[in-house]
Design a protein. Structure first.
Length: 353
């Protein structure tokens, strides 16, 4: 068996593999930005905002999904998660001077997100950019800016929208917001522990699934955004195999029939919130079938983590699995792309990601 240790050490310096420094980066971000983001939430409530749009592409969209999920579940403020061009093509009637638009892009120069931001501004909406650095198009054009100076392009934007949405919910009277915010503030050392503990299992799983050509990600609720991220922007982008995301409650409405004739490799993300029972039902259904192989990541293994914070912790074992799987597939430069970032699909000088 090939010794992957030197490649793993090299991978720890890639932009893809953020887990090694999430503990430090999240702690720094929370210390520097929490007060400001919560002040933005107070401003939104005081100003009488009527609609929030969370906008991004790929992994950025998956983080923005969580902001919309939290606001819709725990506040009376309507919210949607859209891509930039989806915002433009829908042209929603509620996009006006009483709307706020969060626009997330790692580079700050993503074509889709810039186009959506400009469209939102043309409709009179207040815009808040989220990007790695302030030296970018989003920072120059947004009305307000949240920058995070880290390669953690999922976790730190996720923390930003979590703080914003939970504070809006708290100000609106949701009693469960304060414990969730406190749990987020206490999360960095937990992420460090999970990073150190997750490696051996990931190495073993990557060997077991080295012949996989398609991975389904099955999840719901707070974990759906993470499942989307890995199925559609990590399994395909970084391991270069097929990927698909299926909401747990939708599995029996069509997808289950593939099991009559097809083999399936399925990654289950089990939360400890109300959606757990439905995801477990799907897992129970497929377990033991000769043509199904499963990987299960369960937040219940981390009893000190608030149920709403599930995506923060399950990102780490998923990343370990992807890193090992990519290296086994001969993809040793985890940041190299064949099509993305080469101007093949971009217009107007924009870039990826």
């Amino acid at each position: 068996m090939t010794d992957l240790t030197p490649l793993i050490e090299q991978a720890k310096h890639s932009e893809l593999f953020t887990a090694p420094h999430l503990e430090a980066d999240l702690a720094a971000f929370l210390a520097e930005q929490s007060e400001r983001i919560m002040a933005l939430a107070a401003e939104a409530v005081a100003s009488g905002v009527r609609q929030i749009y969370f906008m991004g592409s790929g992994g950025s969209w998956s983080a923005m999904y969580s902001g919309a999920y939290l606001l819709n579940r725990f506040s009376a403020l309507p919210a949607e998660a859209l891509t930039g061009y989806d915002l433009i093509h829908r042209a929603p009637r509620r996009l006006d001077a009483h709307a706020w638009v969060f626009a997330a892009t790692y580079s700050g120069n993503t074509e889709d997100t810039i186009a959506g931001l400009r469209y939102a501004k043309s409709r009179g909406a207040r815009t808040i950019g989220i990007a790695r650095r302030r030296d970018c198009a989003i920072a120059r054009e947004a009305d307000a800016m949240i920058d995070y100076d880290s390669t953690a392009l999922y976790i730190l934007p996720l923390a930003a929208v979590y703080l914003f949405a939970l504070e809006v919910a708290r100000l609106g009277g949701y009693d469960g917001a304060a414990p969730a915010i406190a749990g987020l503030q206490a999360l960095p050392p937990v992420l460090g522990r999970i990073y150190r503990d997750s490696q051996p299992r990931a190495e073993a799983l990557s060997a077991q699934f080295a012949d996989s050509t398609l991975l389904y990600a099955i999840a719901a609720g707070p974990l759906y955004g993470l499942a989307y991220k890995f199925a559609l922007t990590v399994f395909m982008e970084n391991i270069r195999i097929h990927g698909s995301v299926i909401a747990s409650d939708e599995f029996r409405h069509g997808p289950v029939e593939m099991l009559d004739r097809q083999r399936a490799d399925m990654v289950f993300l089990l939360g400890t919130d109300d959606t757990r029972a439905m995801t477990q039902r799907v897992l129970d259904l497929v377990s033991g079938r000769d043509n199904v192989r499963t990987i299960v990541y369960d937040v219940a293994e981390h009893a000190d983590v608030h149920p709403l914070l599930a995506p923060f912790v399950l990102l780490i074992p998923l990343q370990w699995f992807v890193v090992y799987s990519a290296l086994r597939a001969g993809i040793h430069d985890l940041d190299e792309r064949v099509f993305m970032g080469r101007g093949i699909l971009s217009q107007g000088g924009a870039n990826w990601p």
